[in-house]
Design a protein around this ligand. Structure first.
Ligand SMILES: [Zn+2]
Length: 292
């Protein structure tokens, strides 16, 4: 039985309507603020159970990654583009990566900033620690980071995973100085590609994704949590053919193609690197302007 949220994830209004259902979950639109969200209230253990080792190294057809660490070399190229943008605003100081996974971004960022990372996944943090990265498993409010201030805070594809985005950004606001820089990536449900894909949009990844932002709702969230948007960019992603195929097969449950995928993989034919931009992932750069 799916536990419903029963209110808008952003403005808490009880007036909302279902748009469509997927895997028995309802994707809804708020009639007050227009926000699109999953009507699902995850229990306490949902996050720790979900982001297990299997999430990062899937052997079946359930998750996005067949081997997250293998993909990280390619991911680094996308991260370097984002570092170039963030450096324009704040080239040195301290940086916290929220939802840091196995620390791939931290590895790229540590030459510019003094880095720390936090993630809900115990498995991912163990991997990050083996790389010598300073990290914490759990939530910001329970971490030693609440006593510190970070000049730059990043959330790569993380805000759509948290149960209360407003609460998360308010907590982040508290650990940043005025003028601190926030970098966020998340899907843009208002993008042309999302609208063209309809219910089949690849970022309707249920039940991992709980929120579906567009430019309006992300702007509202930023404003209410003390941030001012500096720019919104749509940068390309470097991905391997392996990732794209695996993701395609798992997302659309095309089990029939699995033997072909395995055959190509076993012959090392999936290492090809792709540079993809569907213009449906927003990179939002914001500055802390006030406290909340
Ligand atoms: Zn709302």
């Amino acid at each position: 039985m799916i536990k419903k949220l029963n209110h808008c994830r952003l403005c808490v209004s009880k007036k909302y309507k279902p748009l469509f259902s997927k895997n028995e979950y309802d994707i809804c639109k708020c009639l007050n603020c227009g926000f699109i969200f999953l009507d699902f209230k995850p229990g306490k253990s949902f996050f720790t159970d979900y982001y297990s080792e299997e999430f990062f190294n899937d052997i079946g057809v359930k998750h996005a990654y067949s081997n997250y660490e293998n993909e990280s070399k390619t991911l680094k190229k996308s991260f370097l583009l984002r570092i170039d943008v963030l450096s324009k605003y704040k080239a040195t100081g301290s940086l916290l990566d929220v939802g840091c996974a196995t620390g791939t971004f931290l590895e790229c960022a540590q030459s510019s900033w003094k880095t720390s990372g936090i993630d809900i996944s115990n498995y991912a943090i163990q991997v990050a620690r083996k790389k010598g990265l300073e990290t914490f498993v759990g939530e910001i409010k329970n971490s030693p980071y609440i006593k510190r201030k970070f000049d730059v805070v990043t959330l790569w594809d993380t805000i759509e995973h948290v149960s209360n985005p407003k609460e998360t950004l308010s907590e982040i606001n508290k650990i940043m100085p005025l003028g601190g820089i926030l970098g966020i990536t998340t899907g843009d449900v208002g993008s042309l590609f999302s609208r063209f894909s309809g219910n089949c949009w690849h970022l309707y990844n249920i039940p991992q994704h709980l929120s579906f932002f567009d430019k309006n709702s992300i702007a509202k969230l930023m404003k209410e949590t003390g941030f001012e948007i500096k720019e919104i960019l749509y940068l390309p992603l470097n991905l391997t053919l392996d990732y794209v195929l695996f993701r395609f097969i798992t997302f659309y449950k095309l089990v029939i193609f699995q033997p072909i995928y395995k055959l190509l993989k076993n012959h090392n034919l999936l290492n090809l690197e792709l540079n993809i931009n569907l213009y449906d992932i927003m990179f939002v750069v914001a500055e802390k302007k006030g406290t909340v």
